[in-house]
Ligand binder design. Structure first.
Ligand code: KIV
Length: 271
């Protein structure tokens, strides 16, 4: 029977998402930044919301996520937490606020105290110790591999990662180390579909794809892309407002299309 989005009936936890992975049930994630959108996500049954540091580009007008500060993240996490009492709320840790495990612990504490249920950090095996320190102390962690926007200057632009054997192997082994260290979720951004599938099949934590094909355990899109607000939308995104006609309809259509295996299709993926 096709899935029809409806209000979340109870709070979503890390355990809910792990069970959904085990049952082969996809979950929905939206990156959003304010209370009304967060409330609409709850009404639409969006299991996880990400207060992404993408807000630097989507809301604040910067060219990258690098200028985003802890104060800006805390302000938006607090707003989202006021608007949504049921979805799992993830808060991004800004550039260089987790460069050492000590910094990560201090700054993750602030994001959690603002109302997040989990923090998200970008990077590979070098973060394994940080993941262990945070999770051992009760702070769930979402890792982020592939295109990691905070490293845009090192990567030479916002481009697909893991297309050759060496980089694909590196992402695979990073995922394994972060899984082993205790990470709870993994965002895979702009990687070939086949690589995302291999990682999803090999790690215990649920994976959330964006430009990573349809075989991840969940999908995430940025609310601005869903609503057609982005001047040059990325290939992996889709404007759901065009077909849906209004904002609640666009969010419903995104959720239904992911759950029903309609989004993403080949035109949104990379090989
Ligand atoms: O900051 C963000 O919104 C993100 C998503 C694009 C995954 O990291």
């Amino acid at each position: 029977m096709p899935y029809k989005p409806s209000e979340l009936s109870k709070p979503i936890t890390v355990q809910t998402l792990r069970k959904m992975k085990a049952d082969g049930e996809k979950f929905i994630t939206v990156a959003l930044y304010d209370a009304p959108m967060a409330a609409m996500a709850q009404r639409t049954g969006v299991e996880a919301v990400l207060v992404g540091d993408s807000l630097g580009m989507t809301v604040l007008g910067y060219d990258s996520t690098i200028p985003v500060t802890m104060e800006q993240m805390i302000y938006h996490v607090e707003a989202v937490a006021r608007g949504n009492k049921k979805s799992l709320i993830m808060g991004d840790m800004p550039f260089m606020t987790y460069a050492t495990p000590e910094q990560a612990l201090t700054n993750a504490t602030r994001i959690m105290q603002a109302g997040a249920h989990m923090v998200k950090i970008e990077g590979g095996a070098w973060l394994a110790e940080t993941v262990k320190i945070l999770t051992d102390r009760g702070i769930p962690v979402c890792a982020h591999l592939g295109l990691t926007p905070q490293s845009v200057h090192k990567l030479g632009g916002f481009r697909v990662q893991g297309r050759d054997e060496d980089t694909a192997g590196q992402i695979l082994s990073d995922a394994a180390e972060l899984d082993e260290a205790g990470a709870d979720l993994l965002v895979l951004e702009c990687v070939p579909t086949q690589l995302a599938k291999r990682i999803t099949d090999s790690v215990s934590m649920p994976t959330i794809g964006i430009g990573a094909g349809r075989d991840t355990d969940a999908q995430v899109l940025v609310i601005n892309d869903i609503l057609g607000l982005t001047e040059k939308p990325p290939k992996f995104s889709k404007n759901f407002l065009v077909e849906a006609g209004d904002i609640p309809g666009a969010l419903h259509k995104y959720a239904a299309d992911v759950k029903n295996g309609i989004f993403p299709d080949d035109s949104h993926t990379f090989s």
